[in-house]
Design a protein around this ligand. Structure first.
Ligand SMILES: [Zn+2]
Length: 97
């Protein structure tokens, strides 16, 4: 539980920091520097994820799972179950009719 809280708060801090710097640089300059800073912010968020997640593969750590459909949910017929080929993590995806 504590791990979840620190993970999301780190991401929140990184996002707030990024939007603050973005706002500052839009006021001061053009668009190139904000783009660079946005990239920096994305790396910060990814870094916060890497430090707090337990998945073994690097791409899984930054949230890029290699999901493959593993079946359908028994209770919810329109929900497909996806499983990551690398770390085995599963998720449900509700599909539109
Ligand atoms: Zn994965």
């Amino acid at each position: 539980m504590a791990e979840c809280i620190s993970n999301s708060s780190l991401q929140a801090v990184a996002l707030i920091f990024t939007s603050f710097i973005l706002w500052l640089s839009v006021v001061e300059t053009g668009y190139v520097i904000p783009a660079l800073l946005a990239a920096t912010g994305t790396i910060l968020v990814a870094g916060a994820r890497v430090r707090n997640r337990s998945e073994s593969h690097f791409l899984c750590k930054i949230g890029l799972h290699k999901n493959k459909q593993a079946g359908w949910d028994k209770e919810w017929q329109s929900a497909a179950i996806y499983q990551c080929e690398r770390c085995g993590r599963t998720k449900k995806v509700i599909k539109g009719v």
